[in-house]
Design a protein around this ligand. Structure first.
Ligand SMILES: [Zn+2]
Ligand SMILES: [Zn+2]
Length: 120
């Protein structure tokens, strides 16, 4: 019943779970993307432990930024239903405002008083 040809891949798209934007499954430079470039939300479709498809299919919200040793930025997603964490490389056209906001959030809301650094 499937109309897809594994030997002839066509550009796949998926609707964003949060804002409804039609997202292509690969970025402008060809990197596979699994999140919306506008609101950065994703869908829990891959099982991080087993590497196969996940039954969950719930919304994954971007919660943080991680920087690899190579300098590449990763966006960390957390599933709204099962709490699973995933990390995915950012794409050049990802929403930079949201990325920057997540990157500076820990600095803007430190869990300890900044006065401690006053005497250094
Ligand atoms: Zn979106
Ligand atoms: Zn999940």
């Amino acid at each position: 019943m499937s109309t897809t040809h594994p030997s002839r891949p066509v550009p796949k798209t998926f609707p964003c779970v949060r804002c409804g934007l039609t997202v292509t499954a690969s970025g402008p430079d060809g990197t596979p993307r699994n999140h919306c470039p506008s609101c950065l939300h994703s869908l829990h479709v891959l099982d991080a432990v087993e590497g196969g498809p996940s039954e969950c299919r719930s919304r994954m919200a971007p919660i943080s930024i991680a920087v690899l040793r190579t300098g590449d930025w990763m966006v960390i997603h957390r599933c709204a239903r099962c709490g699973e964490l995933t990390s995915n490389p950012i794409c050049p056209d990802d929403n930079q405002l949201i990325l920057m906001r997540m990157a500076v959030r820990p600095l803007a809301q430190p869990p300890f008083p900044l006065e401690a650094f006053g005497g250094l």
